[in-house]
Design a protein around this ligand. Structure first.
Ligand code: HEM
Length: 513
């Protein structure tokens, strides 16, 4: 064979590779939904933009509301409309309720021995029952209300200390710093029955270790190596393994220490309402190992801390971009609560506009815009396409809530839409799914809503919020940060001006529980 013929045969063979890959995929996976063309081995990994909900929305406008994205060597099916969300989370709920675990979540959950990362099976059903029947009951949420009210008043006080410090009048500050404190203290107290922060806002030794572990978890999770997506490349990354194990041991060590302290206290003063008490008391009934208890407690920290903080930061951004809404909310708060006392959760029922503001914010800015990844435990057909067993399945709830086919002027922040119609946001209405829906719906939804509503209500009742001098509403960066949860890419900085006369209303109301 001469060189020219050899070259043409070689080129023809190379050209055949994508076609053969396509045929192989077809044989292996059936008729997958369309999507961006994957490259060999890495798939679309290098095409996906960091803020995935936006990237998937953009791709959906090109490839359709159900599409396949290849993150490495396995297919991920992404759906972006309310009807398809219903197919995933209702019609085929049971077959699509496994979790796809990244290397990080595989380690942190000890292979799915928790709730968040457990596959849908006997263990999951057991711990989910425990959550629904024991941990997140209306009675327990009510019993833990003093913690939320304490922490929300502590937030008001920490803002007050900043804005009334000498030389600070009219100066902007980072809002998230004050919100994060509530997120952390509320969830650690609720789960572990312990406040790791003193009255001056300083963390004790365990608290510092706790924060360190949380920060490291985020760092380790974010430093995704390519081996995360391509399992057979994992041998290239032995360092990861050591980091994971060291991190796991550090987390488990601290948790066991807190659990031991708690066990002692439990003997002395009997069980209280915190999750750790419930888990101690119920561990035999539900046959829970130490690892199960540790993982469940950490699930609550992971799922319940940032989500609430993120929601309130986005709401504050919308309120300064829409002063009309802020004023209307202040008018409602003054009328119902008055200016002589602080807001209580029992006031919520008389504050429809406050509730609508919280809902509208969770619609436009769901903190987990792609929910958590689901995985198919069996092959199913959706919209004429095959979703093969083992495929990851994602609902882009961010895109669903911005779909002009189901929402009027979807990009407008208009809480009134929730007054006009009684729209559920806890999984019953597939147009707005900040907490997901179906069997894996967020068990902490009501707790999250209560805390978010209370934080917004307090912030707006106590302070008038404005943008820093020279910043126009359209200058606020409304871009999300990359990641499973989406903070604002640029932390929001605002000016707060106290609007209630009595100074004592700005002081923390501590609760002993
Ligand atoms: C505004 C606040 C919150 C939002 C927006 C939110 C949202 C979500 C979403 C979207 C999921 C995934 C649903 C799915 O995969 O289908 C989820 C799961 C979960 N959330 Fe929340 N959440 C919030 C607050 C909380 C709180 C306060 C807790 C607990 C203290 C919590 C605990 C959990 C747990 C344990 C899961 C896993 C459920 C499972 O896999 O079965 N969440 N959450």
């Amino acid at each position: 064979m001469d060189t020219a013929s050899f070259l043409s045969v070689a080129l023809a063979l190379v050209a055949l590779v994508p076609v053969s890959l396509l045929l192989l995929n077809r044989l292996r996976y059936g008729k997958l939904p369309p999507g961006p063309r994957p490259r060999p081995v890495v798939g679309n990994l290098f095409d996906v933009k960091p803020v995935r909900c936006r990237c998937y929305q953009e791709w959906a406008s090109k490839y359709g509301p159900i599409m396949t994205v290849w993150l490495g060597t396995s297919p991920t099916v992404v759906v972006s409309t309310s009807e398809l969300a219903m197919e995933v989370l209702k019609t085929h709920d049971q077959q699509l309720a496994d979790r796809s675990r990244s290397r990080t979540s595989e380690h942190f959950s000890h292979g799915g021995q928790d709730l968040i990362w457990a596959d849908y099976g006997p263990h999951y059903i057991k711990v989910r029952k425990l959550c629904n029947l024991e941990l997140f009951t209306p009675r327990r949420l009510e019993a833990l209300r003093p913690i939320r009210e304490d922490e929300v008043t502590a937030m008001v006080e920490s803002v007050y200390n900043v804005v009334t410090a000498p030389g600070n009048k009219g100066k902007p500050f980072v809002v998230k710093d004050h919100l994060a404190m509530v997120g952390f203290n509320n969830i650690t107290r609720l789960a572990f029955g312990k406040r790791f922060m003193n009255a001056a806002g300083e963390l004790d030794e365990q608290g510092r270790e706790f924060k360190g572990i949380v920060t490291d978890s985020i760092k380790i999770g974010a430093s995704l190596s390519i081996a995360q997506f391509i399992p057979w490349l994992r041998w290239m990354d032995p360092v990861d393994q050591k980091i994971f194990i060291a991190h796991e041991e550090r987390r488990d060590r601290l948790t066991v220490k807190i659990m031991e302290e708690h066990a002692k206290a439990l003997k002395q003063r009997g069980a209280q309402q915190h999750f750790i008490d419930a888990l101690f008391t119920l561990r035999e009934k539900y046959d829970l190992s130490d690892i199960n208890v540790i993982c469940l407690l950490w699930d609550m920290i992971t799922a319940g801390t940032d989500t609430t903080v993120i929601s309130v930061e986005w709401t504050m951004a919308e309120l300064v971009r829409n002063p009309r809404v802020q004023e209307k909310l202040q008018e409602e708060l003054d009328r119902v609560v008055g200016r002589d006392r602080v807001l209580l959760e029992t006031d919520f029922q008389n504050l429809p506009y406050l509730q609508a503001v919280a809902k509208e914010s969770l619609r436009l800015h769901p903190p987990t815009p792609l929910m958590l990844p689901h995985k198919a435990s069996a092959s199913v057909k959706i919209a004429g396409y095959d979703i093969p067993k083992g495929a990851n399945v994602i609902v882009n709830v961010w895109a669903v809530a911005r779909d002009p086919k189901v929402w009027d002027n979807p990009l407008e922040f208009r809480p009134e839409r929730f007054l006009k119609e009684n729209i559920d946001i806890k999984g019953a209405d597939f147009r707005v799914l900040p907490f997901g829906a179906g069997r894996r719906v967020c068990p902490g939804a009501q707790l999250g809503i209560n805390l978010v509503t209370s934080m917004i209500g307090h912030m707006v009742h106590h302070y008038k919020w404005t943008l820093p001098e020279g910043v126009r509403p359209e200058d606020v960066n409304m871009m999300e940060s990359p990641g499973l949860v989406t903070f604002m890419a640029t932390p929001l900085q605002l000016i707060a001006t106290p609007r209630l006369d009595k100074e004592e209303l700005y002081r923390r109301v501590p609760s002993e529980i």
